[in-house]
Design a protein. Structure first.
Length: 201
């Protein structure tokens, strides 16, 4: 029973994430209506809820925190990445055009993970030795998620800088945050990522 629920909620999370990526890309290519970005954001929130549910169901199934298999690691990484980007965009709703960079990248990881989801989600994860190790693993993946989003933010910054240098100030350029705002986002992500990573050393 638990296995079917875990598998279905994990697939649902990735389907919602893929749908959010498609909506964000549709906004980028074909539509300037910002309601599309709001839809993409809500789909990302729903995907996050579904991935959290999959992780919790798997934890209840085996009575331990599932951190040790490859699929669990990917699920944790996507969950933390989505959590960070959702919190970031909730604080700065005018930056939601960044979903055009964030969601397709996270969705690509999710699609790759589906190839390993079965039978990996049916296997019992190994228990971690102690709460400190669980905290250590969680912080490592949080640092990776912060650096991953910082990298995507850098891509958006480079795109924006290139367009500005070549005086192409229409299209997505108008919808993305300013270079100053992107630089501030990048600094905040790195400022959170490095101390988190250093704690785990």
């Amino acid at each position: 029973m638990y296995t079917a629920l875990v598998y279905s909620t994990y697939i649902l999370g990735n389907v919602l994430l893929f749908a959010g990526a498609l909506v964000a890309l549709s906004y980028l290519w074909a539509n300037r209506n910002e309601n599309w970005l709001n839809v993409a954001y809500r789909l990302a929130v729903a995907a996050l809820a579904s991935l959290i549910a999959a992780g919790l169901l798997r934890a209840f199934q085996w009575n331990l925190v599932p951190f040790t298999t490859a699929i669990d690691s990917l699920c944790l990484f996507m969950t933390l990445s989505l959590t960070v980007l959702i919190l970031q965009l909730a604080a700065f709703s005018n930056h939601r055009a960044l979903l055009c960079f964030y969601l397709p990248s996270v969705s690509f990881i999710g699609i790759l993970s589906l190839f390993a989801a079965y039978p990996a989600l049916c296997e019992e994860p190994k228990a971690l030795s102690g709460a400190l190790l669980m905290v250590h693993v969680g912080l490592v993946f949080l640092a990776f998620a912060l650096f991953f989003l910082a990298g995507l933010n850098s891509v958006a910054y480079a795109f924006q800088a290139y367009r500005l240098k070549n005086r192409k100030t229409t299209g997505l350029f108008q919808r993305l945050p300013s270079l100053e705002a992107l630089d501030k986002n990048l600094f905040q992500l790195i400022r959170a990522g490095y101390p988190t990573f250093l704690v785990t050393l």
